[in-house]
Design a protein around this ligand. Structure first.
Ligand code: SF4
Ligand code: SF4
Length: 246
């Protein structure tokens, strides 16, 4: 049975016209307003539709959820007071069980991945609070991730947001090239690129660290062979890093 469009929900945007692989969806009288397409009417020609299921294959294939497969069960009604999209707003509740090592001056703001919000990539955001001395022996040791990563270092001085208010030591590549970061910046880490130790040397103003993993889970493979035996012996690093995917 062909798919059908609920005209009471349809926004007549024509996205489905472009994306139906069989050109079964038709529209009349297109008007363009800036980036918006507006048709008078959009409908599915039942003689052309092959019932391939493309248009009902994912939640927002039609942004207005106006297309359904013939005979598909209606979505359950919302309970009284329930909001449909509350599930997209996540206040960190520590449900993933992640904990920083006791005593380090990090304060979690939020941390999500696909297990917390299905469809989401991995993000971790925390404050780094003031400290006078390095509080990690070597910091997070050399490692790689399967997916590309972005490391945002964001200062909190409203008069000079480029000033990080901290000094961070970071080693890049198998050569262990040393960098000292003291300005707000984002660092791109390609897949399988060796990076770290990452070590805050000192922080005189709280700053925000955002780790964006462009994949659904945090993966990690260590390269302790790049460290001296003395450094490994004195290692104090962050707890609970997953090692999925390698
Ligand atoms: S994509 Fe959805 S809202 Fe847009 S024209 Fe098609 S059925 Fe209507
Ligand atoms: S079921 Fe397939 S052919 Fe029919 S309207 Fe949807 S995408 Fe087009």
């Amino acid at each position: 049975m062909p798919s059908k469009i609920d005209e009471s929900k349809c926004l007549k945007c024509g996205l489905c016209i472009k994306n139906c692989p069989n050109e079964a969806i038709k529209g009349t009288n297109l008007t363009k307003v800036s980036t918006s397409d507006v048709y008078d009417r959009v409908w599915i020609d039942p003689d052309i539709c092959t019932d391939c299921g493309t248009c009902t294959s994912m939640e927002y294939w039609c942004p207005a959820e106006a297309i359904s497969a013939e005979g598909e069960a209606p979505k359950p009604a919302l309970a009284e007071g329930e909001k449909k999209y509350s599930r997209y707003i996540y206040n960190y509740d520590g449900r993933d069980g992640f904990k920083f090592t006791e005593g380090i001056p990090f304060n979690m703001i939020t941390r999500i991945d696909k297990d917390v919000l299905p469809g989401s990539d991995f993000y971790m955001i925390h404050w780094v609070l003031p400290h006078d001395e390095p509080f990690l022996e070597i910091g997070h040791p050399p490692h790689i991730h399967k997916d590309p990563e972005l490391l945002f270092h964001i200062g909190s001085d409203p008069n000079n947001p480029q000033d990080l208010g901290a000094e961070i030591e970071l080693y890049l590549g198998a050569e262990m090239e040393r960098h000292v970061i003291n300005t707000s910046c984002v660092i791109y880490i390609p897949p399988n690129f060796i990076h770290a130790p990452w070590k805050p040397l000192k922080t005189w103003r709280p700053w925000i660290f955002i780790e964006v993993n462009q994949g659904p889970k945090h993966t990690e493979k260590g390269y302790h062979q790049l460290l001296s035996p003395e450094a490994i012996a004195g290692e104090s690093h962050l707890a609970h890093f997953e090692d999925e995917g390698y």
